[in-house]
Design a protein around this ligand. Structure first.
Ligand SMILES: O=P(O)(O)OC[C@H]1O[C@](O)(COP(=O)(O)O)[C@@H](O)[C@@H]1O
Length: 343
């Protein structure tokens, strides 16, 4: 693993101290300013978004999407929520000084307006980046005027994000406690969390998206003695919380959206959390497309494969979102997590 980039959680703009830290870091890594060439070892150079204020541009893109979507909060019209967010996000991304590619997007799954897979964005100047994006995670929450909707994206060096291809669904396990295995009985995870926190299994809080496909996780968590929170939408918000100490949730587990899984990984990694995932096709069509694309639903992906170690997460609340213990973003408020923000 490389030397972690100096970074901070939240906020647009760089402090003088942060700029000095970036310079020191770059000198240690021996990098030339503005260089995006492949290094001698064949790896891409680090993605230094903050030093060129590109982080602010990406955060502005989620802010623009959220602002446009807010017009439709409570309207009952989820398509309008998504369409407004997508148009605003696309416009905001067009002028960013990157050679950008949408690698992971959502629209096809819900037949919603979308940023297309493979779509290019940016001016072409600057670093080559890949994007995992959900213009609004929690579209139906926003349409119903409920909390938990956000405009969100992960940005990483080209090739660093897991290319999920035609996958729509993914099994996820997210926690603050390292070493949990998605292919082990859920009782093991509950026991390890209880041990790590010095609490009884009954005090371990597991969040599961309420879907028939997730009934088995609910039964297993309850059988292990844990307490289960069922939620309707918005697994990104809960996964981010589960990755942080002191949160109201210890573990998020179950099958949810695959794109959300990839962009969640960027935040989980940067916050020092733990995540494993595997593609989980729902139905023969998705399974067939996955197999035809050469992807396996058996393979367990850790954070290295999901997002690498240089991915950023950017988000803006469409409706109120609690992204960290004691940190509720009000509509329009933004938050970013830079690589190495571990705390
Ligand atoms: O609603 P489905 O099809 O079960 O998919 C689950 C996914 O949908 C969501 O609940 C909402 O996502 P969108 O608002 O982007 O549609 C995600 O949080 C979750 O990962």
């Amino acid at each position: 693993m490389g030397i972690p980039a100096p970074s901070e959680v939240c906020g647009v703009g760089s402090s003088l101290a942060r700029c000095r830290a970036v310079l020191r870091w770059r000198m240690r890594r021996g990098m030339r300013e503005g260089s995006h060439d492949t290094r001698e070892d064949g790896r891409m150079p680090p993605l230094l978004l903050a030093e060129s204020a590109l982080d602010a541009r990406f955060l502005a893109a989620t802010a623009a999407a959220a602002a446009a979507a807010r017009r439709w909060v409570g309207s009952g019209d989820g398509m309008a929520v998504d369409a407004a967010a997508v148009a605003a996000m696309r416009a905001a991304l067009s002028g960013v000084d990157v050679d950008g590619r949408v690698l992971v997007g959502e629209g096809e799954k819900d037949a919603a307006p979308m940023l297309h897979l493979g779509e290019r964005f940016g001016t072409g100047a600057g670093p080559s980046v890949d994007l995992a994006v959900d213009p609004v995670d929690g579209t139906r929450l926003a349409a119903a005027g409920l909390a938990g909707a956000m405009a969100v994206m992960a940005v990483a060096p080209r090739g660093a994000l897991l290319d999920i291809g035609p996958a729509h669904y993914m099994e996820k396990l997210v926690s603050r406690v390292p070493g949990l295995r998605i292919d082990a009985p859920l009782a093991d995870a509950v026991a390890r969390i209880a041990e790590a926190r010095g609490i009884d299994a009954a005090a371990v809080r597991v969040a599961v998206q309420e879907r028939p496909r997730n009934d088995g996780y609910v039964c297993a968590a309850r059988a292990a003695g844990a307490s289960v929170e069922l939620f309707e939408h918005g697994d990104v918000e809960r996964c981010l919380r589960a990755a942080q100490a002191g949160a109201d949730v210890d573990l998020v587990v179950g099958i949810g959206g695959a794109p959300e899984g990839v962009l969640t990984a960027a935040g989980v990694r940067a916050l020092g959390g733990w995540m494993q995932a595997r593609l989980a096709p729902q139905g023969a069509d998705e399974a067939g497309r996955l197999a035809a694309s050469g992807r396996s639903a058996d393979r367990v992906h850790g954070l290295d494969e999901l997002c690498g170690d240089e991915a950023w997460l950017f988000l803006t609340a469409v409706t109120a979102c609690t992204v960290a213990p004691g940190r509720t973003l009000q509509p329009g408020e933004s938050w970013s997590v830079a690589p190495g923000s571990r705390r």
